[in-house]
Design a protein. Sequence first.
Length: 250
Amino acid sequence: MSHAFVSEIMGTAMLILLGAGVVANAILPKTKGFGGGWLMINFGWGLAVFAGVYVAFKSGAHLNPAVTIGLWTADQPFYSVTGPDGMVTASINPTFGNAMWYMLAQLIGAFIGAVLCWFAYKKHFDEEAEPGVKLGVFSTGPELRSYAWNFITEVIATFVLVFVILCFGKNPAQLGALPVALLVVGIGASLGGPTGYAINPARDLGPRIAHAVLPIPGKGTSDWAYSWVPVIGPAVGGLLAGLLATAYVF
C-alpha cells in the first residue's frame, strides 16, 4: 500500500498538471493556445489521463475516487500482479480501508498537480481576467446552473467512464492506457457540455482547494456552493457502475 499510495499521488498529480494545463492554455490571457476551443481541451484531458495512467503503474492507476468506488463496489482487486504462469503473485484487496487510502492519495495528488499548473502559468494568472476564467482552470462549473440536473449529468458521465473501464478489463486486447484516454475524450465531447465533466471527485476538489489557498490576483470565490456536485455526482456514478458491473461484467 505504501507504493500504491505514492503511485496514486504521482499519477493524479500528472493528470491534473496536464489537464488543468490544457485548460489554462486555452482560456487564460496571452497564452500561445488562447482560444484553442473545447476539442483542444478534450484531447488535452485525454492525453493527461494517458500520462497519468502510466505514471501510476504501481497502484493500478485509479487516479479517480469514482474508479476506486466502482472497483470496491464490484469487489474487484484494486491492483494485481500476475506471474509468467498467469497466477496472481500480489494484489491489493478492495477493502474500505484501502479505498480510503487510495482516495486520500488522489486528493493530495490533485492538489499538487493544480499548484504545479499555477506555477507554470503564474504570469498569466497575474494578468487581468474574469474570476470565473481563473477558477475554470482549477475546477468545473455548469453552463446552466441547476444543481439537480448538473448532478444527474455528472452521475451519467461518470457511470459511463467507470462502467466502460470495468468492461475494458474483460477485453483480451492489451492496449494499455489508450482506451481510457480515448474514452475521456469521448465523454468530454459527448457529455461534457453541461458541467465541464468533472467525472472525478479528486480532480475537482483538490484543485478547488488549491484555488482557494493560492495567491491569485482577482481570483474571486471558489464557488463552494457548487462544489458538492462534482464530488457526490461522480461518486454516485462510480457506485452505480460497480453495481451493474457486478451483474453484467464479472
